[in-house]
Structures are given as C-alpha cells and as structure tokens.
Ligand binder design. Structure first.
Ligand SMILES: Nc1ncnc2c1ncn2[C@@H]1O[C@H](COP(=O)(O)OP(=O)(O)OP(=O)(O)O)[C@@H](O)[C@H]1O
Length: 324
C-alpha cells in the first residue's frame, strides 16, 4: 500500500487582508509541502510581505484561513518550529556574532549549554566558522546576511521564511546562500523564499507561486507552469520556403530574428522533448543548414513577465487547478 501523501505545511484558503478599505491580499490560496523550497514571486506591492506576516502570525488576517505546520501561526508552539529572516534586519552591531546568536537562541528558549554546541555548528553551515568572536559592526553586508541566516536556522526549524535573502550579496555570496538553502532541503527543512531575483529562484525552488494584487495567478513547478512546454532555440543559415510552416506544425513559433545576414534565430515551443528530432528533420527537409538546436529549461523571467503583464489578477488558471 502506498503511503498517504504528506499534508501541506502551509495552506491558505481565500486569505484576505484589508488596509484602509483596500484589499492588499485578496483571496490567496497557497499550498506548500513538507521539505520543499517554495518561491513566492510578484511585483512590488503585490502583497508578499503582508502574506508572510500573516503566515508568521505577525499580522491578523481580515478573512480566510491560514494553517502552518498543521496549526495556527498564532500558536507559540507552531511559531517555535518556524525560522524567519526579514528583509532588512537590524543587527545589534555592538554584539559579536556569537553573542547575537546566543541572545536569539535564548529568546527561542534554547538552553545555554545546548547553544554552546549549536552556535559553532550554524556558523559553519553559513560559512562563518571562526568569525563568531568578531563584532557585528565589523561584518560585511554578506557576513551580516549569513549571520542572520544562522539565526533563522539556530532553533532547528521545520520551515524557514527568507525575505530577499540574497539581495545585498555579491555573486559569490548568492551562490553560498543557494548552497545553504539546498543544504536545508537535504535535511528536510522547507524554505519559503520571497525573492525578485528570478534566475536564483529558478535554480533553487521546487515550486513557485506568482502573485499579483494579492492573488495567486499560478503556482506549480516550472514544468507545470509552462504547461509541459519545452522552449527550443534554433539557428539556421536562412529561412527556406516552407520552414516556418513545417515548424508551426510541430510547435509554436514564438520568435524569429533574421536581422543578421546569413543567420536566422527561431524560438520554438514544443509540446514535449520527443519532438526535437522531428525539428531537425524539418530543417533538413527545407534545405536550410542547421547550426544550433538547443532545448532550454523553462525561463522563469519569461513566464513571470507574461503572467504579470498580460493578465489581470484572478483571470488566469486558478491556483487550485495546478497540482500541489
Ligand atoms: N500596515 C499597513 N498599512 C497600510 N497599508 C499597508 C500596510 N502594509 C502594507 N500595506 C500596503 O499593502 C500593499 C502590499 O504591501 P506588501 O509590503 O505586502 O507588498 P510586497 O509584495 O511585499 O511588496 P515589496 O516587494 O515592495 O515589498 C502595499 O500597497 C502597501 O502599501
């Protein structure tokens, strides 16, 4: 007998928050599963921070329901199992890294003896081994961010909320944070990631939700959001007669660029990867010379812009239609 599917660790139903008669979160339906890295994406003012605050029990919803780790985020026992790194955390710069972690660990109810062993562990996890004795005032932005991450995972949470965790970091720091997130996933810790850095989100997230005007436009894995479509880049010497028609019978021709003499670029969206050989056949049959044929990963930025720009909130595929 197969095991029953795990219940979601975050589940909201028609979640709503009204500020000054304006709904900034307006019927939000979200499902996050145990152990997954979930990307929460949307333009400025979409209601992401307000949603995170409701998920953490810091803001009271005006309507709808929210369940986190099977209970209410207002319950201290639930909150004790959550980690949170806010976007612009104010560090007590007169403390050392170790003092900061000790202070937050004690607030989280961890015993001093346990903290003595745990603090060096988390400092190592975030790449600050041996630096805990230094004053936070002397830390770089990247070190501060990593110290904040250490604080968020100190109490061994089951679910960690990270609000723009890499926005202050250089490319190396971003890779390191990505590795930390992957390490958390490997330990079975779920991560709810608020980020506008789409290329990063697509590298680390199992599933994403696009939110606009307080509503989820779509949620699912990259493949689900693309409807299983595979984008393919094609480069040929020239557009031979009948080539575009032949390609349009195999998929959707999204873009053609013939500006460079002797070189034509075509973007084709195929219904599945099995159609790639037929594309090569069609190109040969047309007499064109094939220089490149590159199936690509679905591109989050393209999906995001199409969804955010083209569709008024609430008119697209409803979120519950997408498999969790
Ligand atoms: N306490 C508040 N009182 C009144 N309006 C608020 C309050 N908090 C947020 N808002 C408004 O709610 C809307 C959504 O804000 P929110 O911060 O949740 O969006 P966001 O998606 O996180 O945006 P950003 O990416 O810019 O942080 C904004 O128009 C904001 O001005």
């Amino acid at each position: 007998m197969s095991a029953a599917p795990s219940p979601p660790i975050i589940e909201t139903h028609e979640l709503r928050k009204v500020y000054k008669k304006r709904a900034v979160v307006d019927g939000l339906n979200l499902r996050v599963l145990p152990g997954e890295v979930f990307g929460f994406l949307g333009p400025n003012g979409a209601g992401k921070s307000t949603t995170v605050k409701m998920l953490l029990g810091l803001v009271l919803p005006t309507g709808g329901t929210v369940r986190v780790l099977g209970g209410s985020p207002a319950d201290p026992a639930v909150r004790a199992r959550l980690g949170f790194l806010p976007e612009q955390f104010r560090f007590q710069t007169w403390m050392t890294g170790e003092e900061f972690l000790h202070f937050h660990g004690r607030l989280a109810g961890i015993r001093a003896g346990e903290l003595r062993a745990r603090i060096p562990q988390v400092l190592k996890t975030v790449g600050l081994a041996g630096r805990g004795g230094e004053s936070l005032g002397g830390y770089s932005k990247g070190m501060l961010q990593r110290c904040g991450l250490a604080g968020a995972i100190l109490a061994r949470p089951e679910l960690v909320f990270l609000d723009e965790p890499t926005s202050a970091l250089d490319p190396i720091g971003r890779v390191e944070v990505r590795e930390i997130i992957e390490g958390l996933r490997a330990q079975g810790v779920a991560v709810f990631l608020n980020s506008h850095l789409l290329s990063e989100v697509e590298q680390v997230c199992d599933r994403v939700a696009f939110v606009k005007e307080g509503r989820v436009l779509q949620q699912g894995s990259m493949q689900e959001l693309m409807g299983g479509v595979i984008p393919v880049g094609i480069r040929v010497d020239a557009l031979r007669p009948g080539l575009l028609d032949a390609l349009a019978r195999l998929g959707e021709v999204r873009h053609t660029d013939t500006q460079t003499p002797g070189r034509t670029e075509i973007e084709l969206w195929l219904p599945d990867a099995d159609a790639v050989p037929a594309v090569a056949d069609a190109i040969h049959a047309s007499g064109a010379r094939l220089h490149a044929l590159t199936p690509r990963r679905p591109d989050l930025e393209t999906m995001f812009l199409e969804l955010i720009e083209d569709r008024p909130a609430g008119t697209s595929a409803p979120s519950e239609a997408v498999r969790a």
